[in-house]
Design a protein. Structure first.
Length: 228
């Protein structure tokens, strides 16, 4: 096989695989979005009058992003537009599934972030969120996740897990429980003893915005995401 033939073979092989990966990633993202919207409505209905205090909302942000906000937390789901190959040293590359079919090692990717609702609400650009998980989907519509706590071990059976609606519902609920199970902690006192005038004005402005906007719910957020 000469160089041109090899190029053509790779183009046909890789291009077809990546297109299939992208279609499945879009489909899985659509299922996640649909489930998130359903979960928001179900939670509102179950909470009844309490929903006014807890504040549960679903928001679409275009084709590649949606948000699920509940109380003091917001989950942000972002669909990546490229196909990614697992690195050779990844543990799943040792599995029979990928050894026998290497092209199944190309994946579409969905990132799942957890932010404080207030960070988004007040446009606090210096606040940090956490990447709590990543969802991988291949050309056979098989998936696995990696991430924090349960997202790091509940969904690891790539060969036998199909990215259907029920699986996406389990992922959504796992993410919600992850966020609700962690509490906000203040930063160490030593790290914030000294502030400059610019920082003081920034904090003061945030407090003025809070007072005029009249939020009525209590925030609850991810441990370790320290805020002033």
């Amino acid at each position: 096989m000469n160089e041109q033939e090899r190029i053509l073979e790779l183009l046909r092989e890789r291009s077809g695989t990546k297109q299939a990966v992208w279609r499945n990633a879009q489909r899985a993202f659509g299922e996640l979005r649909s489930v998130a919207a359903e979960e928001a409505e179900d939670l509102k209905e179950a909470l009844g009058k309490e929903a006014q205090e807890v504040s549960v909302n679903f928001t679409e942000k275009g084709d590649l992003e949606f948000r699920l906000q509940f109380s003091g937390d917001v989950l942000i789901f972002l669909l990546q537009t490229n196909a990614y190959a697992l690195e050779d040293q990844h543990e799943l590359m040792k599995s029979d599934y990928l050894k026998s079919q290497p092209l199944n090692g190309y994946f579409g990717l969905i990132h799942i972030y957890n932010f404080l609702s207030d960070s988004i609400k007040y446009g606090r650009l210096n606040d940090y969120g956490q990447l709590i998980g990543r969802l991988y989907i291949n050309k056979e519509n098989r998936f696995f996740t990696e991430g924090q706590r349960q997202l790091g071990f509940l969904f690891r059976d790539l060969a036998d897990q199909t990215a259907d609606k029920e699986a996406m519902r389990k992922i959504i609920r796992t993410c919600i429980l992850h966020a609700l199970d962690l509490d906000l902690t203040p930063p160490p006192l030593k790290s914030i003893e000294d502030i400059n005038v610019h920082q003081l004005e920034h904090i003061s402005q945030e407090l003025r915005v809070r007072k005029t906007s009249g939020l009525g719910f209590k925030t609850s957020a991810v441990k370790g995401r320290n805020r002033l």
